[in-house]
Design a protein around this ligand. Structure first.
Ligand SMILES: Cc1cc2nc3c(=O)[nH]c(=O)nc-3n(C[C@H](O)[C@H](O)[C@H](O)COP(=O)(O)OP(=O)(O)OC[C@H]3O[C@@H](n4cnc5c(N)ncnc54)[C@H](O)[C@@H]3O)c2cc1C
Length: 410
């Protein structure tokens, strides 16, 4: 998007080309919001990305209440899921077509924030007008910014471990397909929000997503406490899925193809120092429920709009950080409470207000998938909805009780 505004655009990627384009055994489904699709259209990548996709997407939340499992469904029409390998390959193809310089196995040694210079091990000193730190949740740019920032202490920038995850996939067959891909649940995510009934003290949560990529299959994401080792997670996985597969060998084989990772939460009090800007997970990484990629993409659109409105880059960066940046930091605060499972009241109150036509749907329920999504506008409405929800569920009963008390005293 910014290619035509600068003389040169250079991409520094830490991985080797082969591992960057590697096809993993498991790829999680990605659902692009309309706002994210607009950006992919703008950069000319959408046609190729949409050529491979899986139809229909929805979320079925499974929650146990007084020993019985209830299902809460939230469907969104006209959206599709995609998968990482294909998206990365399409975006890479666009870089090649646009003749954008990309250096794999890059090793960024240092950034001189005052002097607008960065140093790469092989290329030496690289002067820049704008450096976008899009280097993911373990961002080195963020680490260097934290050390150099004059207005914030280094420990104001944090990366906190939330939970671990293990991901693998099973073919959509037999009882497994029936349970997780049957009927109107097919091509949907099933989210189990409770620990196993048999082992309630061990944090073990399952998300299954049925999709075609291109064969029908069930992607499985296990979210588990960092205190559980992988052997234990495998045992618990057998308790959950054992009954749905033809044989234990099938489960074993599929499990071995999977891979492990961490859910982490980024906190960055600012995304900017001089002409360096953190974007994507580097700026506001959190445990995603499908919203992280979309917010990252939408933030780039907002930056582009602000950048084109200002004659000075410094002013554009300042405005972006103080408006869009603030909104993303607010959202990251919400997502942290979501990971800590502390949003029950907020979701209930906003959903209640939304039923009465007084609020939008909660972000957890496809809120960011509205056609005209724009971060600043959306976040203003969301903050208002939080207040409206609180007022309805706390304020209104309080007023009614006070009124009843007053009438009774009369
Ligand atoms: C299991 C799992 C499931 C997920 N599911 C979803 C989902 O369903 N929907 C959703 O929206 N999001 C999901 N996410 C989150 C999503 O993957 C991220 O939001 C997204 O990839 C972030 O994009 P990014 O470009 O900011 O960072 P990344 O995709 O992490 O890219 C950063 C790039 O920078 C490179 N790099 C790192 N350090 C350096 C360095 N020092 N120098 C040069 N290059 C460097 C990396 O090699 C990488 O290529 C999921 C994440 C995980 C782990």
């Amino acid at each position: 998007m910014l290619k035509d505004q600068f003389d040169d655009v250079v991409l520094l990627e830490r991985q080797a080309r082969e591992s960057f384009l590697k096809k993993h055994g498991f790829t999680f489904p990605i659902v692009f919001s309309p706002a994210a699709i607009k950006i992919l259209e703008k950069v000319g990548a959408w046609e190729a990305i949409r050529a491979e996709r899986s139809e229909f997407f929805g979320v079925v939340l499974h929650k146990k209440l007084v020993g019985k499992e209830f299902e809460f469904k939230s469907y969104e029409e006209g959206v599709y899921s995609h998968w990482r390998n294909h998206i990365v390959a399409c975006l890479y193809q666009r870089l090649i077509e646009e003749d954008i310089e990309i250096h794999f196995e890059a090793n960024m040694v240092d950034i001189d924030f005052q002097g607008n210079l960065c140093r790469e091990a092989k290329l030496g000193e690289l002067p820049f007008d704008l450096l976008l730190g899009a280097d993911g949740i373990n961002s080195q740019t963020r680490r260097l910014m934290a050390q150099a920032h004059p207005d914030f202490a280094e420990e104001d920038f944090t990366l906190t471990l939330l939970d671990n995850w293990y991901a693998y996939r099973l073919p959509a067959q037999g009882a497994l397909r029936e349970k997780f891909g049957g009927g109107d649940r097919f091509y949907a995510s099933n989210v189990f929000v409770d620990n196993l009934l048999e082992y309630p003290a061990e944090k073990f949560r399952v998300v299954t997503t049925s999709m075609k990529q291109p064969a029908e299959e069930i992607s499985i994401l296990i979210k588990h406490g960092a205190d559980l080792d992988l052997q234990r997670v495998k045992e618990l996985n057998k308790v959950f899925f054992g009954a749905f597969v033809d044989s234990q060998e099938t489960l074993q084989e599929a499990w071995e193809q999977g891979y492990a990772g961490k859910f982490e939460q980024v906190q960055a009090p600012t995304f900017r120092l001089h002409n360096v800007l953190l974007v994507g997970d580097a700026a506001h990484g959190f445990e995603s429920t499908g919203d992280l990629i979309n917010l990252g993409l939408a933030s780039i659109e907002s930056f582009f709009e602000i950048f084109n409105r200002h004659a000075s880059l410094a002013e554009a960066l300042k405005e972006y950080d103080e408006t869009v940046g603030d909104c993303l930091r607010y959202y990251a605060g919400f997502s942290l409470r979501r990971s800590q499972e502390k949003i029950g009241f907020e979701v209930a109150s906003i959903e209640f207000a939304s039923r009465l036509g007084l609020a939008n749907r909660h972000p957890t329920f496809f809120g960011i998938y509205v056609e005209d999504f724009e971060i600043r506008k959306y976040m203003r409405a969301y903050k208002r909805d939080v207040r409206t929800g609180r007022l309805l569920l706390i304020g209104l009963p309080t007023v009614l009780l006070s009124l009843a008390g007053w009438l009774w005293l009369q």
